[in-house]
Design a protein around this ligand. Structure first.
Ligand SMILES: [Fe+2]
Length: 178
């Protein structure tokens, strides 16, 4: 069994599992909790990146993008708590402090050189795209592990996050025809 406490980039990550009556094998619950913790870290990271865009965008379209980026932040923020609590429902520990998130998130670092609308749209769409991709990957892995309800739970979050991705991409150049 993996060590209960792991130190990653200076942050302590708990792999502890609590016994409960959820009708899945213990090893499945552990794997599902580990997968879901990846999305918890990514959700906190993506939320803070949307806020960075909301606060720092400049230029002619400032006000519209200021609002768009805040909507992205709100939608992703609403996903954090249910993801964390789904982890604890399965008996895991929700590793959701800012330090834990920074140490474990797979979302790329935000382009803090971004200034104008296009630069922020690109930076945030890149990160949100990774977030949506991770959510799909995790949903599919959880489905393969046999936890259909958790996979369904993620599928709804994916639809909401991909709607925000669509809003961002719709503000970018209109020439992305395949
Ligand atoms: Fe604000």
């Amino acid at each position: 069994m993996a060590k209960e406490i792991e130190v990653k980039d200076g942050a302590k990550i708990s792999h502890r599992m609590y016994k409960n009556r959820v009708a899945l094998p213990d090893d499945v619950k552990k794997q599902v909790a580990e997968e879901m913790n990846k999305t918890l870290a990514a959700s906190l990271d993506t939320y803070s990146q949307a806020k960075f865009a909301h606060w720092n965008v400049k230029g002619l379209n400032f006000y519209q993008l200021h609002l768009v980026f805040d909507t992205v932040a709100k939608v992703i923020f609403k996903q954090i708590d249910p993801i964390a609590e789904r982890i604890t429902q399965l008996g895991g520990v929700a590793n959701g402090t800012v330090r834990q998130s920074a140490a474990t998130s797979s979302i790329p670092s935000y382009n803090i050189e971004a200034v104008n609308g296009t630069e922020h749209l690109t930076a945030l769409a890149d990160s949100l795209g990774k977030y949506c991709g991770l959510m799909r990957e995790v949903s599919s892995k959880i489905d393969d592990l046999g936890d259909k309800p958790s996979a369904d739970f993620f599928n709804q979050l994916i639809v909401d996050a991909e709607e925000e991705l669509y809003f961002l991409e719709s503000h970018m150049e209109a020439g992305n025809v395949q």
